[in-house]
Design a protein around this ligand. Structure first.
Ligand code: GLC
Length: 604
């Protein structure tokens, strides 16, 4: 509850600010589109780094130097000290934009691990590594409840159960904010429930179902004092969330008493109306407080000023927005904080440290779900002669997935620090052999006791990861241009892995045909239809997007730790390839499933 002292402080600042300065506080620009001088001249409230947008050599020192400049520009002024600035980023599975950071499994893997406590531990480490770079605002956690794994953002969700998502969300928020980083629950509301899993699409539900599924997961985090919330691109029953007065003002602010900042998504206001001024009016009057207008921030400021002077946006609405921004900055301790350069030392020593990577390895181990184990092929023995193949066996970019160093993710091992799945295997089984072209063509029962084939998806983010039959498929999501919010087409045509990546089934069959038994490990952002792959192998593990610590996979495959992960959402049996491509019929494996025998607690 906002107290008298707090409100007096906020009112004191508000009184001293001009309309233009207040509008400046409501404006968030992208780092590439703004200078420290702009921040000073326009009293900008926040700057963000979009996916992959990094300063200099992308080392922590480069980030501290940049944030320091923005900070000094915002506050340092003898006669009229400015309001401290927030710097926001998507650190959604570790501080994933920054080179050398610890990259954790994406949330879908944490959902499989099933431990909100582990998620909190990860949030603490993420906050420490963010503080080491001078950042104080994380656009996380995502509280999406995923209803259709055709959605390209399935992997950003903790799963399909609203109660479980709520538990993960509040744990994550408390941990981030305890470590001095402002959390931002997102995307409000209904992002995971769109028709056909289309990113930014339409969620059609009556209020009871909408609340139970897509609103309720926010309740514990709101009660725990989360200080920011991001509005979703999607619409609910035909009305865009970015202009939804009931969702943002009546429900969130008035009924639920949210005291923090309601922030828009990337140019989210643009979707409301072709007339930019009208769109600004609708968005701000709906109750959004800070607008993420990465490049068009000047246009936004001018448009909002015109709307206020034209009587279309009341001064009370502007003051409510700025009060919330000032209050959040006050609670964040920014008004008393030293420059980023003086406070980044908090996390500098532990940035990407072995201790952090140990936690990431533990998360990888806990996330793996065993779906098949014929002949008791697993656990493997380090003494076995293993052949390792598959496009995702030795590829840090692929095993980390989207939102890693770049928005759409990376390919290969040049930009991310960590261990690939192959390197983890080889460290434990010196006789293991990596297939030269990853095809497994070398398989020979005279030389190999078993094979591990690491299959699955390539990285993607947001709409680029959607699965939609019929649309033109993006050939290389890695070349995506930031800001292309409504992507031209989807990642794939079907939930059937063999249709998008036939090379995986071919690899499994090639090896199995020689008589060498195959363990298949699926690296993907979601469950996929893999009936053919399951039939062709002796054992099958869902690995999700494990992140930088591939070693964790080997520690379970060799039995040092048992399989404990369970499915955080249903596994599809088939997909209707003619219609909308959705999963059809009963799930092959239900939510919560894991091969029973696998769940024997690890020895010792
Ligand atoms: C994106 C995402 C949102 C993210 C924001 C800033 O479009 O929808 O989750 O926080 O832009 O990168």
């Amino acid at each position: 509850m906002a107290d008298m002292r707090e409100e007096a402080f906020v009112s004191g600042w508000l009184k001293r600010m001009s309309l233009r300065q207040k509008i400046g506080q409501m404006t968030m620009a992208e780092r590439l589109a703004v200078t420290p001088e702009d921040v000073k001249a326009h009293a900008l409230g926040a700057v963000l780094s979009g996916g992959g947008s990094h300063p200099g050599g992308n080392a922590p020192a480069d980030w501290v130097a940049m944030n320091d400049q923005f900070w000094q520009a915002a506050v340092a002024d003898a006669d009229s000290p400015g309001v401290p600035i927030l710097f926001g980023i998507d650190a959604v599975h570790g501080h994933n934009n920054v080179r050398g950071a610890t990259i954790f499994p994406h949330n879908i893997g944490l959902g499989a691990a099933g431990s909100p406590q582990l998620a909190a531990e990860i949030a603490r480490i993420t906050a420490k590594e963010m503080r080491a770079t001078g950042l104080d605002w994380n656009f996380a956690p995502t509280l999406a409840v995923v209803g259709n794994s055709q959605w390209g953002r399935t992997y950003e969700s903790f799963g399909c159960d609203p109660q479980r998502v709520a538990e993960f969300g509040v744990s994550y928020v408390r941990a981030l904010q305890d470590e001095g980083v402002m959390a931002c629950v997102k995307h409000w509301a209904g992002d995971g429930g769109t028709q056909h899993g289309m990113d930014q699409g339409e969620t059609t539900l009556d209020w009871e179902a909408f609340e139970a599924t897509h609103v309720a997961p926010y309740y514990p985090a709101l009660k725990a004092g989360v200080m920011s919330l991001m509005v979703s691109f999607n619409s609910w029953n035909g009305d865009k969330c970015h202009g939804h007065r009931f969702l943002v003002t009546e429900l969130l602010k008035q009924r639920l008493g949210f005291e923090g900042i309601v922030v828009s998504d990337w140019d989210g206001l643009k979707y409301l109306d072709d007339d930019y001024g009208v769109a600004v009016r609708q968005c701000v009057n709906a109750g959004l407080d800070m607008l993420m207008v990465p490049e068009a921030w000047r246009e936004f400021m001018d448009a909002l000023e015109a709307q206020v002077r034209g009587g279309h946006v009341r001064m009370e609405r502007i003051d409510d927005a700025v009060r919330r921004i000032l209050r959040a900055k006050l609670r964040q301790g920014l008004f008393d904080a030293p420059r980023p350069a003086e406070r980044s030392g908090i996390g500098a020593a532990s940035f990407g440290s072995p201790a952090h990577r140990q936690v990431a390895k533990r998360a990888v181990r806990a996330s793996l779900v065993l779906l098949k184990n014929r002949l008791g092929l697993l656990p493997l023995a380090p003494s076995q002669r293993l052949l390792v193949a598959g496009k995702n066996a030795h590829n840090l970019g692929h095993q980390c997935g989207g939102w890693t160093l770049s928005w759409q993710g990376e390919n290969g091992n040049a930009t991310i620090e960590g261990t690939t799945i192959w390197e983890g295997i080889h460290a434990m089984a010196p006789q293991a052999e990596l297939s030269a072209d990853l095809s497994g063509a070398e398989a020979d029962p005279a030389k190999h006791d078993a094979a591990l084939v690491v299959i699955g998806e390539k990285p993607y983010a947001e709409g680029f990861g959607d699965i939609r039959p019929g649309d033109e498929v993006i050939q290389d999501t890695g070349s995506a241009v930031r800001g292309l919010i409504n992507p031209l087409g989807p990642y794939g045509q079907s939930l059937e892995l063999a249709r998008t990546h036939p090379e995986d089934l071919a690899c499994i069959r090639r090896i199995a045909a020689t008589g060498v038994p195959v363990v298949a490990l699926l690296i993907s952002g979601r469950p996929l239809v893999v009936n053919a792959e399951l039939d062709a192998c002796a054992a099958f593990v869902a690995g999700w997007l494990p992140g930088s610590e591939g070693q964790g996979v080997a520690e379970v495959l060799f039995g040092q730790h048992g399989f404990t992960g369970r499915l955080p959402l249903p596994w599809p049996r088939s997909a209707n390839t003619s219609g909308d491509g959705a999963a059809s019929g009963e799930p092959l494996f239900p939510t919560g499933y894991a091969l029973a025998a696998a769940l024997v607690p690890p020895p010792g």
